[in-house]
Design a binder for this molecule. Sequence first.
Ligand code: NI
Length: 223
Amino acid sequence: MFLPIQKVLKEAELKEIRDKLEGASFADGAATAGRQARRVKQNEQLPRDAPLTKELGKIVSAALRRNAMFISATLPVKMTEPMFNRYAGGMRYGSHVDNAVMYQPTALRTDISVTLFLSEPSEYDGGELLVDEVAVRQKIKLPAGSAIIYPSTSLHRVEPVTRGARLASIVWVQSLVRDTSQRKILFDLDRATQSLTKKDPDSAEVQLLSASYHNLLRLWAEA
Ligand code: NI
């Protein structure tokens, strides 16, 4: 499933992250890429163990975890500590698939990739995230503070940044439900239930939809 999530970060959180990234020292991003990805990866990253990475990562993790749409769409069982990257001066990330397993802090299977945009689209040219999914290529450039989630199985790339700088935070999620199409069914059911609940919380339909949601989750969840 491919889903934009608006305003994950509050204004003050975005400002704090941007201010602290201003003078931060980024390192060559190729250091953390897999063998194929390393050949096409040109960007800069905050070192994984830098105190600033941990500090800002806590803000991003908390923002994702309190976001009801993110939780409903991803059903996280584990999430990586957020990484922070920067593209400028023609940097790009060619077509690749993310590593299937990450060790950050402990081993997790990457089911869902999350890109949280930290720069406004007006601040840079290029830098679109392109995701190949079901033969449709999606081109993504969201406002600062908004995120896109997409299946980690997708080939994707970041177009060259030809003006300004593109800052983003990256997270990977291991989901309770490994299969993308099963997650989509649960997400749709959850949204329908939430919407009906607002109109008539005690209806038999809400009870049946809710029961179906939980019983499908019980069938499909691997914790
Ligand atoms: Ni990637």
